[in-house]
Design a protein around this ligand. Sequence first.
Ligand code: ATP
Length: 199
Amino acid sequence: MKLESVELKGFKSFAKRTKIKFDNQITAIVGPNGSGKSNIADAVKWVLGEQSAKSLRGKNMNDVIFQGSDDKNPMNMAEVNLSFENKDRKLDSNYDLIKVSRRIYRNGDNEYRLNGKRVRLKDIKELFLDTGIGKEGYSVIGQGRIDEILNSSSQERRNIFEEASGIATHKYRREESLKKLSKVDEDLEVIQREWEYKK
Ligand code: ATP
């Protein structure tokens, strides 16, 4: 599995549709300060479900939408597409190429898509569980993150190791199952009360 390309439109400093392709070797993105290199890493995290505007270096989520410049008007929508090559089926899908997309509109509406089909954020998270990719994965390490890890509390550091070792997946599934169990308990209580009432 490999990230083949990132396509951005209206995302932060990328007003025009821009596609960045990654070949099989190392790809380095170079440019002057403030030219948008980190915005590309932000775009990857954003599509993978980042919900914290602060992590994306903004105040609120709308800050990811192009705000305009001297010669361009602000835009109403930001869109990023990530294309993953999946011939090895590391991602649980029958497609050789998987396109994961996210859009946000100025009114706050958010859309996630997998190969063009509308999905929930939960579906995106589940697709990348156990792959090391994901908003909490260690595939995207931002500036200052190493210092942050070294300075984190022991509980925070434990969470990082759990995520990196794959335990976080099992914790996630456990939490999901507990939620379902608690819903079943609630339903049972309702049925029990109705039954008592009818007796
Ligand atoms: P450095 O080398 O200094 O780390 P960089 O190349 O990583 O810089 P970024 O931090 O990715 O640069 O980009 C910062 C630029 O993105 C700033 O010029 C900022 O004005 C611009 N920018 C961020 N959000 C938006 C937005 N919503 N609309 C337009 N421009 C934006």
